[in-house]
Design a binder for this molecule. Structure first.
Ligand code: GLY
Length: 568
């Protein structure tokens, strides 16, 4: 009897302990993502994840898989995967060494501060968003070659041959792709003044081949990075751009270089977070928000409750206000990063937070630092069988970038120039405001929100995470980390969970439609928050990998896209 009683007690106590872990208030059973023992690739397309996984299986490392996955996305996910854009990668090697590479686009030499303003000094947003004038000097090919030079173990030919096959044999169009291509068809025709491969009648389940892209990739295998920046591909690219009124020259291409950067590192409770440094605002803003919310007990407040949403929103508001003033290309502007992410500065920023009412963004500006002079992108995460991890976000900026497609080369070009602040104080396509720090200048890199992030726990790799989503990237990465850390979710549930977003200006909290408790939204309104649930733009499309306590890997591939996790 006594033994039975003790057993019962143990069961009750352990149940209670387990109950404390997942505090997600949901009737649904937790959804666990794909679990694999050795290695994992999670990306926006199954074909790309599989090509990355096959490289790992062949003995390649995460960096080899990055080169192949990045190019496979350019083939099968032209919406954001690219040769004509740029991106950022954060890495953590098996020995704990961390780093980052910036292959962000930059302004052409002929660019100038007011290049997108009309005679009245007002921004012509179409000029920075559509067609040849919107294009920044692409960085992706320089990025993958630089990664390969430093860390690659297989040859470029071994890495890119499966990608050439994908382009030449074709890939199967998904329902989501059919819808998107249909949606953008008119804009493709208008921008290119001609039909293009992607403006044809393309239906789900069709196999789409991109023979010209296959040829471009074959030349890159043969001639290396210079093919794109100094060779035939570069010349075709420049000729085409100039025939469409663009200003990028061979000199611009020849001068482009990817840059190794020190990532932003900060702690949140027992986590060490490693994220992208400027010219992305991702790491700095993520650090600011997480440090501002750290003193609040989100776990006890609960997931997506009034108290949690309020604290996170107020921290986001303050971080985005700082973003708009202080952040830009670090090679051009001095950024007080240490102060911006310091405990004392951030505690001070939250001093005027009043739980009873919303802070108005009009009453809040960037913080004072004494002595200071002053929807599209794609993400993939890879963890290899050796323990190396990478987190990569790459972009054309808008969906299919500038919509300008180079038929002879088989790819779209970015409209990243819109990420500059065309006129300080006037919002860009994500509604983000910028100041002098992000004004246009020749060869300057435009400020980004991309937030490829790795997280360590107890000195070991714990998570690789990131997302597309323009200005919502930072807040989506934030919520995904919190969903696992504070609310005990699986990786899959964490990426699937409904998200909200605030970015200082416009002063409105946007919520994924039909996903939040109406009572919570009403209570926020009663406290003075402006809310928007009608917004149809997706708030992030997160992909991540979580290292489970037994060392296995759980992939989280966002339900909002065709994203897929594969491993072995
Ligand atoms: N083009 C989106 C970003 O870099 O934030």
């Amino acid at each position: 009897m006594r033994i039975l009683y003790v057993l019962l007690l143990i069961i009750i106590v352990s149940c209670k302990k387990n109950q404390e872990l997942p505090v997600v208030k949901t009737e649904k059973k937790p959804v666990i993502g794909v679990i694999e023992k050795n290695a994992m690739v999670v990306s926006a397309r199954e074909e790309a994840s599989k090509i990355g996984r096959d490289i790992l299986k062949k003995g390649g490392n995460a960096f080899d898989a990055m080169v192949a996955t990045e190019m496979a996305l350019a083939v099968a996910y032209p919406y954001a995967g690219n040769l004509g854009g740029g991106g950022f990668m954060v890495y953590r090697k098996a020995d704990g060494q961390v780093g980052a590479i910036d292959y962000r686009e930059k302004a052409p030499l002929a660019a100038f501060k007011d290049m997108y303003l009309d005679e009245n000094g007002d921004p012509i947003s179409e000029k920075s968003q559509l067609g040849a004038m919107a294009v920044g000097v692409p960085g992706t090919i320089a990025g993958i070659f630089e990664v390969h030079k430093k860390f690659g173990t297989l040859s470029i030919e071994e890495l890119l041959t499966p990608v050439v096959a994908l382009a030449e044999d074709g890939y199967v169009i998904t329902e989501m792709q059919e819808k998107r291509l249909h949606h953008f068809k008119e804009l493709f025709l208008e921008t290119n003044k001609d039909t293009i491969l992607y403006a044809g009648t393309i239906k789900a389940k069709d196999t789409l081949k991109n023979v010209m892209l296959g040829k471009t990739l074959r030349r890159i295998i043969e001639n290396g990075k210079d093919e794109f920046y100094k060779g035939e591909t570069g010349r075709k690219l420049v000729d085409y751009l100039q025939s469409k009124g663009g200003i990028i020259t061979m000199e611009d291409l020849g001068k482009y270089e990817a840059k190794w950067r020190n990532p932003i590192q900060f702690s949140y409770k027992d986590l060490n977070i490693i994220s992208m440094s400027p010219p992305s605002s991702g790491g700095v803003c993520l650090a600011q928000i997480m440090k501002m919310i750290e003193p609040y007990d989100l776990k006890s407040y609960g997931h997506n409750t009034l108290k949690s949403i309020q604290v996170i929103t107020e921290a986001e508001r303050r971080a985005y206000a700082d973003r708009s003033f202080y952040l830009g290309d670090p090679d051009f502007v001095k950024i007080p990063i240490d102060t911006l992410i310091s405990d004392s500065y951030l505690a001070d920023r939250m001093n005027n937070f009043d739980p009873n009412k919303a802070t108005l963004s009009t009453d809040l500006s960037y913080g004072t630092i004494p002595g200071y002079e002053s929807s599209e992108t794609t993400h993939y995460s890879i963890v290899d069988q050796f323990g190396n991890a990478i987190s990569v976000t790459t972009t054309l900026n808008g969906a299919y970038g500038s919509k300008l497609y180079v038929p002879e080369l088989g790819f779209f070009l970015n409209n990243e120039m819109d990420d500059f602040s065309a006129k300080p104080g006037t919002p860009n396509m994500f509604g983000l405001l910028g100041a002098e720090a992000n004004a246009i200048a020749p060869e300057k890199r435009m400020l980004s929100s991309m937030t490829p992030t790795l997280v360590e726990k107890e000195g070991k790799l714990w998570m690789s995470v990131g997302t597309p989503g323009g200005s919502t990237i930072i807040t989506s990465v934030l919520q995904t980390i919190l969903n696992v850390k504070e609310f005990g979710m699986s990786m899959q549930d964490a990426v699937n969970a409904p998200r909200f977003h605030h970015q200082w200006l416009p002063d409105v909290v946007i919520f994924e439609p039909n996903s939040f408790d109406k009572k919570v939204i009403d209570s926020l309104k009663a406290k003075g928050y402006k809310t928007n649930e009608e917004e149809t733009r997706v708030i992030g499309k997160v992909d991540g990998i979580l290292v489970l306590p037994n060392g296995s890997l759980e992939g989280g591939a966002d339900r909002r896209g065709d994203d897929t996790a594969v491993g072995f």
